[in-house]
Every structure is written in structure tokens, then in C-alpha cells.
Ligand binder design. Structure first.
Ligand code: NAD
Ligand code: 0WE
Length: 261
């Protein structure tokens, strides 16, 4: 078990389909102790039952839109743990009306601000407020998507926010390297989570994905979780500032013509 004796804070668990749930499962299997933050009271019961099932008991409410909420979360966490070995940021948000239709038509100044604040700046904010609790050789991890690099319908302002998040990963890695803290991102293929539930044509997107991806399928939250556990472990001690794709190869393939279709 390569995470034995290590403690992590996981931010962004909403329900059992969340990528954060796959990460929590895999990290638990590797011996990690986990604490969870949830966005609002509304999600508390869900998060509590997943945490309890995995044998973890620390749950703290935190809205990453607020610096004081982030500060309070670390104050509460410090009552149970002096130090931690890493933070998982599995949070993204843009107003729903920005994720539909033509990018230029749906873009607004306010939507842009919110998307970048919640989806990118919040990673910096967690690093800032949590840094004093991080042990040597700690790891920070965030979740991104290929829409940062290539356009696709409806992802719109989230693509820009993910591009910012990926640059954020590299700059945080530069800042925190001197404290021997590593900072990485996983770029996951599309997964039907709560955040993907309302997306127009998501099912159609998944089927075109299956056609182009070398593995001929999408990925699971467990597969993302396994790579997250690796990146947060000492097995990955030489990796920082890196975006690791867990996408069944989709981003490496320009086009695929299957013989049988
Ligand atoms: P999810 O809905 O399960 O998780 C998103 C989380 O963000 C939720 O727990 C929500 O409560 C949290 N959140 C939103 N605003 C917040 C705020 N102000 N304060 C605190 N928490 C807030 O969906 P998911 O797909 O597991 O998303 C997790 C991450 O993975 C996101 O960054 C998403 O962009 C990324 N991602 C998702 C996919 C996919 O296809 N599902 C693919 C690649 C990357
Ligand atoms: O990053 C994401 C999800 C991002 C997301 C989703 C929502 C839906 C509900 C951010 N904010 C919101 N706000 C809401 O109100 N993914 C990678 C999943 C995803 O979302 C898409 C995708 C994919 C893939 C949206 C459009 C097109 C593709």
C-alpha cells in the first residue's frame, strides 16, 4: 500500500458518481487517511455516507468562492490533524447558461469571472491557505479536461478556465517546488457525473468518443482514482507541473475509421 501513513484532504465530493469518489476509493485502498470538504449543507448526507463507507470521519463544509470559508476549513481540519500530505481539488463550475450554444453568443463578463474563480483560482486559494499544513513531499492534484486545449461544442468558457487551471498547475509547481511540494493535474476523459448530467448531447458525445479513442471506450472514476493515488504518492516523486491524461488515448488520436462500421 503506497499511501500508508499519509493524510489527504479531498475537495469536490458530491455523490458516488463524482470523480472525487473514485479518487477516495483508490486512495483508501492504498492506505491513506482522508478528510472531505463539501460545498454546502445540501450535500452533507451524501458525502457522509460515502466517507463512512470508506472508514473516514472528517467532513468539513467549504465554499471555495469564499476565502473565509477556505480559512475556516483549514482551522477546523487542524483540530484533528497537525499536518497533511496533500490536497485534491476536484471542483469546477460555470453558470449553466454559458455551457450551451455558441461560445461567442453565450459568453458574458460575469460568467467568465465565475468560471475562472471557481474552476481555477480556487486551486491557488486552497494552496495558499493550506500550505502551512503541508508536510515535506506533499502533493496537490487537480482535475482538468481536454477542452482546455481543443474547442468542442458547449464546453465554452470552461475550456478557457481549464486552460487557466493547467497554467496554474505549472506556476504552483514552480512556487511550491522549493518546499518539496509537487503539483499535478489529471486530464480525464468525459464521465457521466453530476457535473456532466445536464450537458446537451452528452450521450452523443460519449459515442463519438468511443469511436475515436484508441481503447474504444471511455474511462471510469476508478481509473482516474488509481492515477490520482499514484500521483499523490512517493512513486511519483519526480513528477510535478504535469498534466497526465487518463482518457483512453482520445487526445492522442486525430481520427479513427473502424473497419466494422
Ligand atoms: P461533480 O459534480 O461530482 O463534482 C464537481 C464538484 O464541484 C461538486 O462536488 C461541487 O459541489 C463542487 N463545487 C462546485 N462549486 C463549488 C464551490 N463554490 N465550492 C466548493 N465546491 C464546489 O463532477 P465531476 O465530474 O466529478 O467533477 C470534478 C472535477 O473533474 C471538475 O473539475 C471537472 O471539471 C473535472 N472533470 C470532469 C470530467 C467529466 O467528464 N465528468 C472530465 C474531466 C474533468
Ligand atoms: O468540466 C466538466 C464539467 C464542467 C461543468 C458542468 C456544469 C453543469 C452544471 C461546469 N459547470 C457546470 N455548471 C452547471 O450548472 N466536464 C469536463 C464535463 C463536461 O461538461 C461539458 C462537457 C463535458 C465533457 C459541457 C459541455 C460539453 C462537454
Amino acid at each position: 500500500m503506497f499511501l500508508e501513513g499519509k493524510k489527504f484532504l479531498i475537495c469536490g465530493l458530491a455523490n458516488k458518481r463524482s470523480i472525487a469518489a473514485g479518487i477516495a476509493k483508490s486512495m483508501t485502498e492504498q492506505g491513506a487517511q482522508l478528510a472531505f470538504s463539501y460545498q454546502s449543507e445540501r450535500l452533507k448526507r451524501n458525502v457522509e455516507s460515502i466517507a463512512n463507507e470508506l472508514g473516514h470521519g472528517i467532513l468539513i463544509e467549504c465554499d471555495v468562492a469564499s476565502d473565509s470559508s477556505i480559512k475556516d476549513m483549514f482551522k477546523i481540519l487542524e483540530k484533528d490533524w497537525n499536518k497533511i500530505d496533500g490536497i485534491i481539488h476536484s471542483i469546477g463550475f460555470a453558470p449553466a447558461n454559458e455551457l450551451e450554444g455558441d461560445y461567442l453568443e453565450s459568453a458574458t463578463r460575469e460568467g467568465f469571472k465565475i468560471a475562472h474563480d471557481i474552476s481555477s483560482y480556487s486551486f491557488t486559494a486552497l494552496a495558499k491557505e493550506g500550505a502551512h499544513m503541508l508536510n515535506e513531499n506533499s502533493a496537490l492534484l487537480t482535475l482538468t479536461y481536454h477542452g482546455s486545449t481543443q474547442s468542442l461544442p458547449n464546453y465554452n468558457v470552461m475550456g478557457l478556465a481549464k486552460a487557466s487551471l493547467e497554467a496554474n498547475t505549472r506556476f504552483l509547481a514552480a512556487s511550491l517546488g522549493k518546499q518539496t511540494i509537487r503539483v499535478n493535474a489529471i486530464s480525464a476523459g468525459p464521465i457521466k457525473t453530476l457535473a456532466a448530467a445536464g450537458v446537451k448531447n452528452f450521450r452523443k458525445m460519449l459515442s463519438s468518443y468511443n469511436e475515436r479513442a484508441p481503447l474504444g471506450r471511455t474511462v471510469t472514476i476508478e481509473e482516474v482514482g488509481n492515477v490520482a493515488a499514484f500521483l499523490c504518492s512517493d512513486l511519483a516523486s519526480g513528477i510535478t507541473g504535469e498534466i497526465t491524461y487518463v482518457d483512453a488515448g482520445f487526445s492522442t488520436s486525430a481520427l479513427s475509421v473502424r473497419e466494422d462500421s
